[in-house]
Design a protein around this ligand. Structure first.
Ligand SMILES: C[S@@+](CC[C@H](N)C(=O)[O-])C[C@H]1O[C@@H](n2cnc3c(N)ncnc32)[C@H](O)[C@@H]1O
Length: 346
């Protein structure tokens, strides 16, 4: 409360939307928390299995019926469910991504959202000190965090990758046979390419705690017999020289930061055959670094959770790609990825 207020004299309403403040301060967070709770209670999977009323869903979840009804009605308002009389049903977004036995289930998404909140609550302190709140990129911590994170990333990245693979198939005069998926996570990017290019063999590079996840997803997609696995730290592992048709850097440059990110691009470029393609999937803000919102928030997310991580502009990428001996830099917008994907040719 402010003490000693002066008398209010305003005659007309202020020309700025106060509603936006409520959206940004409260409602956007509450949206996230409602969804996290629904996922933690497995509401969507229970409805998919045939539980339809608040009573049935609450009983199945071991929850309070009246409280569950309020959560379900909020999920109707948020666009994840619809309700006819007292029966709830899934809308397509929930059915596709939030039901456990869907092949596009966002496994672990609620845990990641909840986990990241702890760091975000300390943003003011991070800005005061310039030091991360929780450093996810210290190797031991990363090895616990990434196995959960990469599963949650699979659906969106796999859908973007399918669009990328279709586009590359149209562009290229010759087939892709040798793919290196650096920091592959679940293999979301390379799996789509392996499906599109049936002669392609894929090398996945990641920590040994993560490669079994790529193996699992590649097996589920019927391509695992064309996969091999390189385990260890990408900064130390040899990528090979002049031997790859496609090198994929999927959401790894941001956490490596400007110095190691640039070196990673150089090392990837050197691994390509003449005519080979480097694909980078990243959050890319405008050159002035004033938007879009998700990309600028992601920059803060890196500030909170990493020592060197950040988002980089298209100008940064063009400079690094050119310096690494690549040209024909082009981008592809997909429905699933926030920023356009970046391609360059050796
Ligand atoms: C944000 S995830 C991206 C996964 C995947 N490329 C995707 O886009 O869905 C980052 C991945 O990089 C891996 N990673 C991070 N630092 C690494 C390092 N130094 N060496 C090897 N892998 C690393 C993590 O284990 C994780 O799988």
């Amino acid at each position: 409360m402010r003490a000693n207020r002066r008398p209010v004299k305003r005659k007309s309403p202020p020309p700025v939307p106060v509603r936006k403040l409520n959206e940004d301060l409260m409602w956007s967070l509450w949206r996230a928390y409602s969804l996290v709770a629904a996922i933690e209670l497995d509401v969507f999977t229970r409805i998919n299995a045939g539980k339809a009323t608040a009573r049935e869903i609450a009983a199945d979840a071991g929850a309070n019926e009246a409280a569950m009804r309020r959560l379900l009605d909020a999920l109707v308002a948020l666009g994840y469910l619809r309700r006819a009389k007292d029966r709830y049903a899934l809308k397509p977004l929930a059915k596709t991504f939030l039901v456990r036995d869907s092949d596009l289930y966002m496994d672990g998404a609620a845990m990641i959202a909840r986990g990241l909140t702890l760091g975000w609550m300390q943003l003011a302190e991070v800005v005061r000190t310039g030091k991360p709140a929780v450093q996810e990129d210290s190797e031991a911590r990363a090895r616990q965090f990434f196995p959960v994170l990469v599963r949650s990333l699979f659906p969106a990245n796999y859908l973007a990758a399918r669009a990328a693979a279709a586009s590359l198939a149209r562009d290229r005069g010759h087939p892709i046979t040798n793919i290196l998926d650096v920091a592959a996570g679940s293999g979301a990017w390379s799996i789509a390419f392996a499906e599109r290019f049936p002669r392609a063999r894929v090398t996945v590079l990641d920590f040994p705690e993560v490669t079994p996840i790529a193996r699992e997803y590649a097996a589920a997609h019927g391509v695992v017999e064309r996969y091999e696995f390189l385990e260890g730290n990408l900064r130390a592992i040899d990528f090979g020289r002049d031997c790859r048709d496609l090198v994929i850097l999927g959401h790894i440059v941001h956490s490596e930061g400007p110095e190691w990110g640039r070196r990673l691009i150089e090392k990837s470029a050197a691994a390509l055959r003449k005519g080979g393609t480097l694909m980078i999937a990243e959050m890319v803000p405008n050159d002035a670094r004033t938007g879009p919102v998700p990309e600028m928030l992601f920059s803060l997310n890196m500030l909170i959770h990493t020592g060197e991580g950040d988002v980089f502009t298209m100008s940064d990428y063009r400079k690094w790609l050119r310096a690494a001996g690549l040209d024909n830099v082009r981008t592809l917008r997909t429905a699933a990825a926030p920023s356009p994907l970046i391609f360059a040719t050796r």
